[in-house]
Ligand binder design. Structure first.
Ligand SMILES: CC(C)(COP(=O)(O)OP(=O)(O)OC[C@H]1O[C@@H](n2cnc3c(N)ncnc32)[C@H](O)[C@@H]1OP(=O)(O)O)[C@@H](O)C(=O)NCCC(=O)NCCS
Length: 242
């Protein structure tokens, strides 16, 4: 599912069930030694996905441990993002020569608990979300808005180390094209210059899962000839435990 939302040069790997053969490095194992089973499963499977995405990019497998404020630490040559929710775990990984940042988020396609939408949405987003919910109630548009804002944060934070509130980003959702645009509202002088102030991405609602994905191209694009020679990475999908 993720592969359809991101450029072909972003390696994706995902799982809709937890494989039995998940291997964790000692530094990863140490982080979840006392975690509840649900956390162990999502933590392990998303790293299983990460190893497959590394393989797709021709990189050796490596541990993925949280860095500052939980942001995953990758090899310097790559940027990436991880997500997990009930029934879905996914990773997107790209060469830092090609992309400055990648941010993905998965949520179940279920409406947010009462009061949450009002706390994360700006007035314009609130109106649009309610309008979409009336027109197409099979999609939890409020949860999708939440997911898009999480994807924005996961794209922004590793680049800048700067926190964002939910009301710092104004999100516009194109329901037909399954795309979105987000613009950061704080005064540019208060935002880190290391990150973009607007983001474009794609979303999907399939099989009970909402996905949002953003890929920010690197400032210095790879020369056209070199890009053409580089083959697109393989996509790995685990539909069932193996
Ligand atoms: C960090 C956060 C975005 C994670 O999202 P989530 O929906 O709770 O959880 P997901 O399963 O989708 O993602 C979890 C993964 O996010 C990644 N992550 C955690 N903190 C991160 C950060 N600061 N930056 C980037 N990625 C981060 C990790 O890889 C984590 O996986 P792991 O715990 O197995 O290592 C969320 O908990 C959060 O703090 N949100 C508040 C900030 C925000 O979103 N503001 C909106 C601004 S518009």
């Amino acid at each position: 599912m993720l592969t359809k939302l991101l450029p072909a040069t972003v390696a994706t790997a995902e799982a809709t069930a937890d494989p039995a053969d998940v291997f964790l490095y000692p530094e990863e194992e140490a982080l979840i030694s006392s975690a509840v089973p649900k956390r162990r499963l999502e933590f392990g499977t998303v790293r299983w996905c990460a190893r497959r995405a590394m393989e797709s990019l021709g990189l050796p497998p490596a541990a993925v441990v949280p860095g500052h404020r939980g942001a995953p630490q990758w090899a310097p040559s790559v940027v990436g993002s991880m997500t997990h929710c009930a029934g879905f775990r996914g990773v997107a990984l790209a060469r830092s020569a090609d992309f400055a940042a990648v941010g993905i988020d998965a949520e179940t396609n279920t409406v947010l608990p009462e009061g949450v939408l009002e706390s994360i949405a700006l007035p314009r987003e609130l109106r649009r979300t309610r309008e979409l919910a009336r027109a197409e109630p099979e999609i939890a548009w409020d949860r999708l808005l939440f997911s898009i804002k999480e994807a924005v944060y996961k794209t922004w934070f590793p680049l800048t180390g700067q926190e964002l509130d939910f009301t710092d980003a104004l999100v516009g959702i194109d329901a037909t094209q399954e795309t979105f645009h987000a613009r950061l509202l704080p005064d540019p002088g208060s935002l880190s210059p290391a990150g973009p102030t607007s983001f474009s991405g794609r979303w999907s609602a399939r099989d009970g899962v909402l996905l949002s994905a953003i890929a920010v191209p690197a400032a210095r694009p790879v020369a056209a000839g070199a890009r053409e020679r580089r083959s697109a990475p393989r996509v790995v999908h685990a539909g069932s435990a193996r």
